[in-house]
Design a protein. Structure first.
Length: 283
């Protein structure tokens, strides 16, 4: 289905919001380079301790059976793939980051999990006929919708699915993005641009002729470090604070948010994400 002449093209809006959001990024910040093992291990450590509620909510929302074949797009270090594996027949984990794939495989080997197959590519690079073994009973993309041409990405997900597709995406600014929005203009003297959210995603699906069910869910984010200085150093790098004035701005913003918890220091915040799902109509 194409947009009516008077309707906005939600796919083009998604592309532009992605472009603007990516322009609002510190190019020397390597904390999100998931090819790096240390970044993947840091993400994994935070995920194991901080994402239990989200993982449990996500898994509980899926129509799993012991015979289910699951495709997990943007699998990271196996935050969903690893707990899903004992519940289903098999999981195919699509993840481009070499560090993430290494951590996922290490956990699977440690836990004796043999039914996860990793495909180290972006979803855009995936050729289903060559890289996958469709159809899948359940297709998941959880907080991993960073594709520019989201219409094509969604069409590919729909095409490889015989059961139901489950997207989990931000409704409002997640906590980490709120921090960017608060700090970007003071640090860079330029506007901050937020990425596309669930309303835009729903619009794209609607114009594709897909009318999904939507459920709103709470989303918590937590950063944990061994010391206050370690945390401050992390956020200085993340926000590209190189001058003494920029370091002061970051430290003044982050310091009041830090809480002590046992032997660690923690920053946390809440937001909302959506579970957007649709089932394939069987002939």
């Amino acid at each position: 289905m194409s947009p009516a002449p008077c309707d906005p093209d939600w796919n083009e809006i998604w592309k532009e919001l992605q472009r603007l959001q990516e322009s609002t990024r510190t190019h020397d910040d390597t904390s999100h380079n998931w090819d790096k093992k240390e970044n993947a291990e840091r993400y994994d450590a935070n995920a194991r301790s901080g994402y239990d509620d989200r993982v449990q909510r996500t898994i509980a929302a899926l129509p799993l059976t012991k015979g289910s074949r699951v495709l997990d797009i943007g699998a990271g270090p196996g935050v969903l793939a690893l707990p899903l594996a004992p519940l289903v027949r098999e999981v195919t984990a699509v993840e481009p980051g070499a560090g993430m794939v290494e951590v996922l495989k290490r956990h699977a080997d440690r836990d004796g999990i043999r039914n996860i197959t990793s495909v180290q590519k972006t979803w855009e690079e995936i050729d289903p006929a060559r890289d996958l073994s469709p159809p899948y009973d359940i297709v998941i993309a959880s907080l991993s919708l960073t594709m520019h041409d989201i219409r094509s990405a969604l069409a590919k997900m729909d095409a490889v699915c015989s059961g139901s597709v489950h997207l989990f995406w931000f409704v409002d600014m997640p906590f980490w993005e709120k921090m960017y929005a608060d700090l970007w203009t003071p640090l860079r003297k330029t506007p901050y641009y937020s990425g596309p959210k669930a309303d835009c995603l729903f619009g794209v699906l609607y114009q594709m002729g897909i009318y999904p069910d939507v459920t709103m869910l709470p989303l918590s984010k937590e950063y944990r470090f061994g010391s206050r200085e370690e945390m401050l150093a992390f956020f200085r790098r993340r926000f590209g604070a190189t001058t003494s004035e920029q370091v002061r701005i970051v430290d003044d913003y982050v310091s009041p948010l830090i809480q002590s918890r046992g032997d660690e220091v923690v920053i946390s915040g809440d937001s909302t994400f959506a579970h957007i799902r649709w089932g394939k109509t069987q002939p």
